[in-house]
Design a protein around this ligand. Structure first.
Ligand SMILES: [Zn+2]
Length: 482
């Protein structure tokens, strides 16, 4: 069941570290509670899931920031085509890969009761911020709780620095070989969605609403949701599988602004500059230096605190520009951060009437919470599904955005669900097979939850959500765009 290469590598490692011989893929005695699986269903899903995961991570799908089209890189199309084949093989319908690199498919409902169309999403790309080609997954079976040394780049996973790894004793941990990403962000999510819908398709006795699957390109460069055809997708709500620790359910992201501050000065030959030169570069630097350093920066804030992060500064005496991102969970606080930036800029440039100041503000994404509050059944169903897997859900705000923040804003309420992956965007990235299996099992439970009347037909203004699947996709959406 496992990829040959994975097994060979793992045998070698097990022998070299004196660990017991490999036990093979999920043997019968794994039914013992110590094997880390949260349910029989999770254990049943694990082999197919791991096989898919190891196949997907080998495809280089790193996205690129300076994109001229969608997707930004051809590897994402390669993975997209592979998924199309696999979705067809699993028996899904309407399987499509569009010219922008979006894979969509439908698994039809098998209940007569009214149930809304539910979306499940994951992203195809991996981050451009660390090497992403030539990924060699290694499965460390029955993790003993010690330091994991990877073969390349002297990369080490030390549980003393990774409290989450500490808790995975007995799990099967997957890493890369030390000098690349693993790509669990978000191929763990892709594999979980694939394993879950394939399982549902082959188990018609399990009740399900119509499920719409989407795999999106270029999430890591902030463009994942923008070209998804929501009317064509036709879901009432959706879930991204793009979180981390087991049990996480994320219903809050930052609200996000970008500010581009430009100062125009007066450039004169320095030999003849007396009383004439107005140095834009110095003025811009001064603005930056007057911004708070002990608070309101990414490095001095945590949890629910926001920040102003200056990440680029360049210029000449004639013209200087810096860029900053502003983040907060609270929109009023975000406006205060912006006001502080504007005030500081004016404080520096106003005394010099020959300087000109321009501040350009771009809204990047919004906290998804306000959109999710209107449809409490969306989170309630997810919590019920996570609990059905024997896990207590953990609501945790994301200090960043997801495809879901943009989708929620576009009218498709989309919270984020855990995948089991950790140390994202680094060569130390790792995931637990048991936790990935728990996420896949959660999707199976989620499907069942949405056939229950308490989620499918609750709340005022959501009559459309409970409409029969025969309605057109557009009618089945909760908050159509105006
Ligand atoms: Zn991700």
């Amino acid at each position: 069941m496992l990829d040959d290469n994975v097994l060979r590598r793992e045998d070698r490692r097990a022998n070299s570290t004196g660990r017991p011989e490999d036990r093979g893929p999920y043997p019968k005695e794994a039914a013992a509670p110590s094997d880390g699986f949260t349910s029989k269903l999770a254990r049943e899903l694990a082999s197919d899931l791991l096989e898919r995961f190891c196949r997907y991570v080998r495809i280089d799908t790193q996205s690129r920031r300076d994109r001229s089209g969608s997707p930004s890189t051809p590897g994402q199309m390669v993975l997209g085509r592979m998924l199309v084949e696999e979705l067809l093989a699993a028996g899904l319908e309407d399987v499509q890969l569009d010219e922008n690199g979006y894979v969509t498919a439908t698994l039809r409902r098998n209940v007569d009761s009214p149930a809304p169309v539910i979306g499940v999403l994951a992203h195809l790309d991996t981050t451009p911020d660390a090497p992403g080609g030539g990924v060699q997954p290694i499965v460390h079976r029955g993790y003993d709780g010690g330091v994991i040394e990877l073969p390349n780049g002297e990369t080490v996973l030390d549980p003393r620095q990774m409290p989450e790894l500490q808790e995975k004793r007995g799990h099967d941990i997957v890493t890369a070989s030390g000098d690349t990403l693993l790509g669990a962000d978000d191929k763990a999510g892709v594999a979980e969605v694939m394993a879950a819908v394939a399982y549902l398709a082959s188990h018609p006795e399990l009740p399900r609403p119509t499920l719409r699957v989407a795999f999106t390109p270029d999430e890591e460069i902030g463009a994942g949701a923008s070209l998804l055809d929501l009317d064509g997708f036709g879901a009432y709500c959706a879930y991204t599988l793009d979180g981390s620790e087991r049990g996480e359910l994320q219903d809050e992201t930052f609200s996000a602004l970008e500010a581009v501050v430009t100062v125009q000065g007066v450039d004169v030959h320095p030999g003849q500059a007396t009383g004439k030169l107005v140095n834009a570069l110095r003025l811009a630097s001064r603005i930056v230096s007057l911004l708070p350093v002990d608070t309101l920066t990414p490095e001095t804030t945590s949890d629910r605190e926001g920040f102003i992060h200056v990440y680029e500064l360049n210029g000449t005496p004639a013209k200087a520009t810096f860029r900053a991102i502003l983040r907060d969970f609270d929109d009023d606080a975000l406006r205060r951060h912006l006001a502080l930036l504007e005030m500081t800029a004016h404080q520096v440039t106003d005394p010099e009437p020959r300087a000109r100041l321009a501040i350009e503000i771009r809204e990047q994404y919004q906290n998804m919470r306000r959109h999710l509050e209107r449809v409490p059944n969306v989170l309630a169903a997810a919590e019920a599904a996570i609990r059905a897997e024997g896990i207590e859900p953990v609501r945790r705000p994301i200090r960043g955005g997801t495809d879901g923040s943009r989708l929620s804003e576009m009218g498709l309420p989309t919270p984020n669900v855990f995948t089991g992956g950790h140390e994202y965007h680094s060569v130390r990235e790792w995931t637990s097979v048991q936790d990935m299996a728990a996420a896949a099992a959660t999707i199976v439970h989620l499907a069942e939850a949405w056939t229950r009347p308490e989620y499918a037909a609750t709340g005022e203004g959501r009559a459309r959500a409970a409409a029969p699947a025969a309605l057109s996709p557009a009618e089945n959406r909760s908050n159509p765009r105006s």
